[in-house]
Design a protein around this ligand. Structure first.
Ligand SMILES: *Cc1c(COP(=O)(O)O)cnc(C)c1O
Length: 227
């Protein structure tokens, strides 16, 4: 299938799932996870109408971004080290993977230097998996409060990479937990956290049912990744 067929298929699937979940049209954004996908292939998707991409590695993204139209919007979805924050702030519209006070402070410093307001999501490790990034749920309030107190940072919501289950229905409690955490933080802190970045190729429909606003789709759009 060519890029426009693939994209049309996904747009229809998403619109259908959003409707079935009783949510307003357009309330779920597709954030294509474009790691390892060559710029030429991404260009085909841009021609087909995509303009948002989510990258995992700063070095890879820095090489690809200049090869695609400046109208593209880049999201950073991978693990972030503080020595990469300067580039992350320079290149990305939204950083989905902020999970420590140190990262927030570094983002503030770099965003201030660029005169930019950096949108971020706080990544939460909802299942407490030791091999995953993300803060424990009980630290999320502190990070949201800290981030929203920084003049060059806006915390737009929460993100999670949920555990993998053969049967995607089993992941529902984790997505539910992230949405509930967001609701309780909004009440407790009196802030708005409209974005929930959750759901991937395997489990995005469940994520949409549980309130996701950004689904990060890699394999489903671009095919299997060859390492
Ligand atoms: C690769 C990746 C995805 C997409 O995964 P697929 O299963 O290929 O859809 C989503 N989120 C993150 C953080 C990723 O690294």
């Amino acid at each position: 299938m060519d890029a426009s067929e693939v994209l049309q298929f996904w747009q229809e699937q998403i619109a259908e799932a959003v409707k079935a979940a009783g949510r307003p049209p357009g309330s779920v954004r597709l954030v294509p996870a474009s790691k390892t996908v060559p710029p030429k292939r991404l260009q085909e998707f841009v021609r087909a109408g995509l303009r948002i991409f989510g990258e995992n590695r700063i070095q890879e993204a820095k090489a690809k971004i200049p090869l695609l139209p400046a109208s593209c919007e880049w999201h950073f979805i991978g693990g972030l080290q503080s020595n990469k924050v300067r580039d992350a702030v320079a290149f990305f519209e939204c950083i989905h993977s902020v999970d420590s006070a140190g990262l927030l402070e570094e983002i503030e410093k770099r965003a201030a230097a660029l005169g930019k307001n950096q949108k971020v999501l706080v990544e939460v490790n909802v299942a407490g998996e030791s091999n995953k990034h993300g803060c424990p749920p009980e630290q999320a309030a502190g990070l949201v409060r800290l981030g929203n107190g920084l003049p060059h940072v806006t915390v737009c919501g929460l993100m999670t990479v949920a555990p993998f289950f053969e049967d995607p229905a089993q992941v529902r409690p984790y997505f539910h937990r992230l949405a509930a955490l967001r609701d309780s933080l909004e009440g407790e802190l009196g802030v708005r956290l409209p974005e929930l970045s959750m759901g991937m190729t395997h489990d995005w429909k469940v994520a949409v049912e549980e309130g996701s606003t950004m689904i990060r789709i890699g394999t489903g759009l671009f095919g299997m990744r060859t390492p």
